[in-house]
Design a protein around this ligand. Structure first.
Ligand code: GTP
Ligand code: MG
Length: 201
């Protein structure tokens, strides 16, 4: 994918603030601090389009970006960070659920997991829920640079097992080394194209 333009559009907490449903959209979800914003920057080859932070809970709004004027990316706030105030935790669930269940242009969700960890109950329930809604997922295991090749193989097998997903469907990724960037694009492009073919019929 050649990235000609990648622009921030808006931040939203509720549907009225979302951009109009004009372009096919891919969302990025995962635990707080897992590396969602870093992954988006890495695949777009932009250093600071999306704000990243070593402090978990940095992204607390739904952020919309338009790429090449033809599709959009949505950086979702992370879940599962203990120190986030209760008031924010309470709004997080409904905010994300509303977006995921109501967004007509949503083509799929890149579900990002830390390759070093066992998927959390929240990771599992999000993936289960997306499956129930019939929303395609692209499971990505990130921070692969923090593991040896041997441990990458072990973790991949363990996570595939926990998610009941075929190992071949897991993308091993690192925002640091850029491992997996072409794989993420392949999967994203597939979701963007498949649906637009259906739209035309
Ligand atoms: P929230 O917006 O707070 O939910 O976090 P996020 O999921 O957007 O994570 P973010 O991209 O801000 O990254 C969190 C931290 O992890 C930062 O310190 C990043 O530099 C680091 N990080 C992200 N991806 C990678 C990776 O692939 N490898 C390594 N080594 N560090 C990473
Ligand atoms: Mg973020």
């Amino acid at each position: 994918m050649i990235i000609k333009t990648a622009e921030f559009v808006t931040s939203a907490v509720k549907p009225l603030q979302y951009p109009p449903e004009l372009l096919p959209e891919i969302a990025f979800s995962g635990r707080s601090n897992v590396g969602k914003s870093s992954l988006i920057n890495a695949i777009l080859n932009r250093k600071r389009l999306v704000k990243t932070s070593s402090t978990p809970g940095r992204t607390q709004l739904i952020n919309f970006f338009v790429i090449n004027d033809v599709f959009s990316f949505v950086d979702l706030p992370g879940y599962g960070y203990a120190k986030v105030p209760v008031s924010i935790k309470k709004t997080w669930g409904p905010m994300i659920e509303k977006y995921l269940s109501g967004r007509k242009t949503l083509r799929g969700v890149v579900t990002i997991l830390d390759m070093r960890r066992i998927p959390s109950p929240e990771d599992l329930s999000l993936i289960r829920w997306l499956n129930q809604l019939g929303i395609p997922i692209i499971p990505v295991l990130t921070k692969s640079d923090k593991l040896s090749k041997t441990n990458q193989i072990k973790q991949k097998a363990m996570i595939a097992d926990t998610l009941s997903i075929n190992q071949e469907n897991l993308i091993v990724f690192s925002a640091k080394t850029k491992q997996g960037v072409p794989d993420v694009w392949n999967a994203v492009e597939k979701l963007l194209t498949v649906q637009s073919v259906i739209d035309k019929t």
